[in-house]
Ligand binder design. Structure first.
Ligand code: CA
Ligand code: CA
Length: 415
C-alpha cells in the first residue's frame, strides 16, 4: 500500500513537472478569434542553456536570464485565427545560433487573437506597459538598456516603439518587421514606431500597399522589391490565406535569412525604388571605406554612420528571389547595379572592358552562392550586374580584378 501511494505521488510529481516544463506559445482556436480574447501577456525565455525548452518568466522569476548578456524580445502582431506564429521557433533558434543571448518570446496571443483588428490594436499600449515593468526589474539588476533589443512584427513593431518611448529612446535597438499600417499610417511619432524610440532602429517594409506601414519609421528602412508586393506571393485571392499575409510575413523570412543563410542581402540607399531600378544608386551612399548596408540582424554594423546623418534616416532598396535563400537573386548580390544602356556606353569608351565581359542570362533562376565575392575585406566586388528590360540578369567581370574569376569559376559557384 505504501509502495502504491509512493508510486502515485511519484507519478503526480513527474506529471506536474512535465506540465510546468517547456511552456509553449498559447494556441487558440478560430472560435476564440470570433468571440475575442482578453489580454494576457506571457514571457518565455530561451537561452543556450535551454534552447528548445522555454522557461516561463516574470518580474520576480527570471529563470536562466543572464543580465550581463544581450536580451532580445520577440513581439508578434495581430493573430486573426489564434494560431501561434509559424516562424517563432526558427527565429529563436536563429538568434541563439548567432549570439549567446537571452531570447524572450512575448506571447500576447490572448489579446492579439480576434477577428477584429481594432481590438488587437487597442491592446498594444497595455502590452508595452507589461514589458516596461519587466524591463524595469531587469534594470534593477545588472541589465543595461544598451543590451535590450526588441524585434517587433507588425503591431509588435509599434509595441516596441511604445516601450522605447517610455525609456526616452535609450533602448539599444528595435527592428520593425513590416510595422502595421492600418490605424497607424499618418499617426504622430508618439502613436507609432519612430526613429526616436531607440538608439538604433531598422525596419523592413514588405507590404506597404496593404498591411504594412508605408513611410520610413527608423534610422534605416529597407524596401525589398520596392516594398509593395513580394515575388512568389499569390497575386489573387485564389492563393487563400497566403494572399493576405504572404507579403507581410516576407519581412520576417528576410530577417530570418540573415541569421541562417550563408549569404547576405545587400541594400542600396536610394530616394526611390524607381531610381534604384534605373541604376542611379550604385555607389551605396556611404563612405568609400564601407560597403553597402546589409539587411537583418547585422544591419546595426552601419549604426554609427546612419545615426550621424541629418536627418538620421535612410531608405534602402534591393530585389530578392522568390524563395530562400532570398539573397540568391542576382540583382541583390553585389554592390553594382547598372542598366544595360549605361553599360553599352561604357563599352564604346573602353574596348578592354568589352573584350573581357561575359554575360550569363537567366542565371537568376538558379541558387547562387557567390556571396564569397564580398568577403574580400569589404572591397567592391569583382562582378557587376546587368539587368535588361526583360528582367534577365547577367554579369560582367570588373576590369580591376583581372583573372580572378573565370567563367568556369562562375559556373562552380552556381548550382
Ligand atoms: Ca514612437
Ligand atoms: Ca502587397
Amino acid at each position: 500500500m505504501l509502495r502504491l501511494s509512493f508510486l502515485i505521488s511519484l507519478m503526480c510529481l513527474v506529471r506536474s513537472d512535465t506540465d510546468e516544463e517547456c511552456p509553449s506559445f498559447t494556441k487558440l482556436s478560430f472560435h476564440s478569434a470570433v468571440v475575442g480574447t482578453g489580454l494576457n501577456v506571457k514571457l518565455m525565455l530561451y537561452t543556450r542553456r535551454n534552447p528548445t525548452c522555454a522557461q516561463a518568466i516574470n518580474s520576480t522569476a527570471l529563470g536562466n536570464l543572464n543580465m550581463t548578456k544581450k536580451t532580445t524580445f520577440i513581439v508578434h502582431g495581430f493573430r486573426p485565427t489564434g494560431s501561434p506564429p509559424v516562424w517563432i521557433g526558427d527565429l529563436v533558434e536563429g538568434l541563439l545560433s548567432v549570439e549567446d543571448m537571452n531570447v524572450v518570446v512575448v506571447d500576447w496571443n490572448r489579446g492579439a487573437t480576434t477577428v477584429i483588428y481594432n481590438h488587437a490594436s487597442s491592446k498594444t499600449r497595455k502590452v508595452a506597459i507589461v514589458l516596461k515593468e519587466f524591463i524595469d526589474q531587469m534594470l534593477a539588476g545588472e541589465a543595461s538598456l544598451d543590451d535590450i533589443y526588441m524585434i517587433g512584427v507588425s503591431l509588435g513593431a509599434h509595441i516596441a516603439g511604445f516601450v522605447g518611448k517610455m525609456y526616452n529612446g535609450q533602448l539599444g535597438r528595435i527592428t520593425g518587421l513590416d510595422p502595421a499600417g492600418p490605424l497607424f499610417n499618418g499617426k504622430p511619432p508618439e502613436d507609432r514606431l519612430d526613429p526616436g524610440d531607440a538608439q538604433f532602429i531598422d525596419v523592413i517594409h514588405s507590404d506597404i500597399d496593404a498591411l504594412g506601414y508605408k513611410e520610413p519609421l527608423g534610422n534605416i528602412d529597407f524596401y525589398p522589391n520596392g516594398g509593395l508586393d513580394q515575388p512568389g506571393c499569390p497575386q489573387t485571392i485564389f492563393g487563400g490565406m497566403q494572399y493576405f499575409k504572404c507579403d507581410h510575413q516576407r519581412s520576417v523570412y528576410l530577417y530570418l535569412s540573415s541569421l541562417r543563410e550563408n549569404c547576405t542581402i545587400t541594400a542600396y540607399p536610394c530616394d526611390s525604388y524607381r531610381d534604384y531600378r534605373n541604376g542611379k544608386c550604385v555607389s551605396c551612399g556611404t563612405p568609400q571605406t564601407q560597403s553597402c548596408p546589409i539587411l537583418g540582424y547585422y544591419a546595426d554594423n552601419w549604426k554609427d554612420y546612419l545615426r550621424e546623418k541629418d536627418p538620421p534616416t535612410t531608405k534602402a532598396f534591393f530585389d530578392t528571389a522568390e524563395e530562400k535563400p532570398f539573397c540568391s537573386e542576382c540583382i541583390s548580390l553585389l554592390c553594382g547595379y547598372y542598366n544595360l544602356e549605361q553599360e553599352h556606353k561604357k563599352r564604346i569608351h573602353n574596348n578592354q572592358i568589352e573584350r573581357q565581359s561575359w554575360k550569363y542570362h537567366r542565371i537568376q533562376n538558379q541558387s547562387f552562392t557567390g556571396c564569397d565575392f564580398r568577403k574580400d575585406g569589404g572591397q567592391r566586388p569583382h562582378l557587376e550586374i546587368l539587368r535588361n528590360s526583360r528582367g534577365n540578369c547577367s554579369y560582367t567581370r570588373r576590369n580591376t580584378h583581372p583573372a580572378k574569376l573565370s567563367p568556369q569559376h562562375f559556373r562552380n559557384t552556381t548550382k
